[in-house]
Ligand binder design. Structure first.
Ligand SMILES: Nc1nc2c(c(=O)[nH]1)N[C@H]1C(S)=C(S)[C@@H](COP(=O)(O)O)O[C@H]1N2
Ligand SMILES: [Mo]
Length: 318
């Protein structure tokens, strides 16, 4: 089965479109599989868009992160993408990924777990209640966005698989399919894209698996049908198109730390004090803004996550 996502026009990205996006989201989910309605899993207080039009205006126009910074427009979130399996040109990804097949799709959870499992994506979408999380995404290249994700804490899935006492890291593997992903013909990268987290990072409540954004099913360019989001780390940790999650004892190799270990460390916590070898990380450009703003330690999530790194020299564990 081939599911083709409709490409939104920029003229659609209006408060009214946001209101209607819940409908589109439901229709999208239903066309993927009769009977699934992702938004219906959301508790009323967390529904991404209001039920009645009178409540619309304040929520649609005033939506922001906890610093009061506005959401990045849908058009930018879905048309300025890093996704090397398709292209290194951010503005080419959406078009190249348009026909990417997200069904059938299975996700395996294995390695050092007592209950290895293989989920069909439909079952995974129904397994946990979805929440909206408005997170900043800071790319290591020096730009950032504010994105309203839909997803669930990775912890819920890991607990179901029941990690063994020896498990200390989690390894994530993205789809390998050069027929569909032309960028995978580039031999300079050790495909498939892989990433990793320490187990305590993976279990942190801020770490989610996302299946949607802006109240809609995730588009291919944003990592459909399932991608990781770790908001206090550089964007490359938030791996797209996940097919396998593996608990390990040793710190796993990752694509970027294999290709350029001195530039892209395993930890990759957003840190204005540690420069990339070729540029400073002290400031960033928020997409849609002119000028630059200061980069915040741990991307503004220090209060929640700094304790994970107590006693570590973050210029060594970068
Ligand atoms: N599989 C895969 N995941 C990936 C990437 C990629 O090239 N392949 N790029 C990463 C980078 S560098 C960033 S900044 C984010 C971008 O996510 P977005 O396009 O949804 O904003 O995805 C990350 N996840
Ligand atoms: Mo990135």
């Amino acid at each position: 089965m081939r599911f083709r996502y409709p490409l939104p026009r920029s003229s659609e990205i209006t408060p009214e479109a946001l209101y209607h996006s819940r409908r589109r989201f439901l229709q999208g989910a239903l066309s993927l599989s009769a009977g699934i309605a992702l938004a219906a899993c959301l508790p009323a207080s967390k529904r991404p868009v209001p039920e009645d039009e009178t409540a619309l205006a304040p929520q649609a126009t005033g939506r922001a992160d906890e610093y009061g910074d506005a959401l990045t427009p849908f058009e930018a979130v879905t048309h300025y993408n890093n996704y090397y399996e398709f292209s290194t040109d951010k503005q080419a990804v959406a078009q190249l990924a348009r026909d990417f097949r997200v069904r059938p799709w299975t996700v395996e959870i294995g390695g050092l777990v007592h209950s290895p499992q293989t989920f069909g994506i439909e079952d995974l979408l129904q397994a946990f209640p979805l929440e909206e999380r408005i997170y900043r995404l800071r790319c290591v290249e020096g730009w950032s966005m504010v994105i309203p994700w839909l997803g669930f804490p990775l912890r819920l899935l890991l607990e179901q698989a029941d990690p063994m006492g020896s498990a200390r890291f989690v390894r994530f593997v993205a789809l390998h399919d050069p027929q569909q992903m032309p960028g995978q013909k580039n031999p300079l990268f050790p495909w498939p894209y892989t990433e990793g987290l320490r187990l305590d990072e993976a279990l942190h409540d801020l770490t989610i698996l996302a299946v949607g954004l802006y109240g809609q099913v995730l588009l291919p360019q944003n990592g459909a049908p399932l991608r990781l989001v770790v908001p206090w780390k550089y964007g490359f940790k938030s791996i797209k198109a996940i097919v396998r999650i593996e608990l390990t004892e040793e710190q796993p190799a990752t694509l970027w730390s294999t290709v350029a270990p001195q530039e892209y460390g395993f930890y990759a916590n957003v840190n204005p004090a540690v420069s990339h070898p070729r540029w400073s990380q002290a400031t960033e450009r928020r997409i849609g803004e002119s000028g630059r703003r200061p980069t915040l330690p741990f991307n503004g999530y220090a209060e929640q996550v700094a304790t994970l790194y107590q006693g570590m020299d973050l210029s060594v564990y970068y």
